[in-house]
Design a protein around this ligand. Structure first.
Ligand SMILES: Nc1ncnc2c1ncn2[C@@H]1O[C@H](COP(=O)(O)OP(=O)(O)OP(=O)(O)O)[C@@H](O)[C@H]1O
Length: 251
């Protein structure tokens, strides 16, 4: 089994407050890992440590390491821009740029220096196809992304990531602002994307975790309580607290 990401004894403080306590976990390449746990347990904080998004938050202190392909991303020599190209992220609310659908997807490749029109065209098409959006938007590529539905906007945000050829996709509650049909489309997309990408997804929805993920990690009060194959977590949790959470007894 090949690990794409490994966190080793990762600790994160917001000022004096310990938000992640010695998290050690591995993410298997080309798998989907779901992060579950009650509000405030550290899921978002943890997922953001995987591409150093917390670096942007004042007063954050991080100890331990996160390895991407066995190299510590917290090493001072890490090129953070390149890291975020390799590990992209989508958020709870879709956040397309106020520009055309085409320009949203072409944005990343252009930033990275690509100007050739036909190369851009083909990246835009490939990325929109990869995000299961091409057929819906191919005749309106030059209209504003702001006119799309929420579900389409979220898939556009995924297409925008795919355009820079990432290796890992981080998704922080990607369906929380979406209706059930759009949610189903994103879930199907996650299942397709894992053939080519390693995916970590935060979700409050137990059914969603059970449907889309291969592995599930249960967090509580900044600690990783249990991490296993998803069917094991949902059918025979080892820790009482995991069982209480997944059966809806708290959170
Ligand atoms: N920027 C910040 N500054 C200080 N404390 C923070 C900050 N962000 C999060 N926290 C605290 O860290 C803890 C973990 O928060 P986090 O957002 O990671 O939890 P979560 O499990 O993702 O919650 P939710 O499911 O509600 O999104 C909480 O106690 C939260 O109040």
């Amino acid at each position: 089994m090949e690990y794409k990401i490994q966190a080793n004894k990762l600790k994160l403080y917001y000022g004096n407050v310990l938000a992640l306590n010695k998290i050690s976990i591995q993410v298997v390449k080309n798998s989907v890992l779901a992060l579950i746990g009650p509000s405030g347990c550290g899921k978002s904080t943890f997922i953001k440590t995987l591409n150093r998004m917390n670096d942007l938050v004042e007063g954050v202190k991080i100890e331990g390491e996160v390895l991407l392909d066995h190299i510590n991303i917290y090493h001072p020599d890490t090129d953070v821009v390149m890291l975020r190209k390799r590990i992209g992220m989508v958020f709870q609310r879709p956040n397309p740029f106020p520009m055309s659908i085409y320009d949203n997807v072409a944005y990343g490749p252009r930033i990275h220096g690509l100007t050739n029109k036909s190369a851009l065209n083909s990246i835009v098409e490939k990325s929109l196809r990869g995000a299961a959006l091409w057929d819906e938007v191919k005749d309106r590529l030059h209209t504003s992304a702001m006119g799309m539905s929420g579900g389409q906007q979220q898939r556009l945000c995924i297409a925008r990531l795919l355009a820079v050829e990432p290796e890992v996709l981080l998704m922080d509650e990607p369906c929380s602002a979406l209706d059930p049909i759009s949610t189903m489309k994103i879930e199907e997309l996650i299942t397709e994307l894992k053939q080519n990408y390693t995916i970590v997804v935060v979700t409050h929805n137990m059914q969603q975790a059970a449907r889309v993920s291969d592995y599930t990690a249960f967090f509580l009060n900044g600690e990783l309580i249990e991490h296993d194959q998803t069917d094991a977590i949902f059918t025979r949790p080892q820790d009482k607290r995991t069982e209480d959470y997944i059966t809806g007894r708290f959170g």
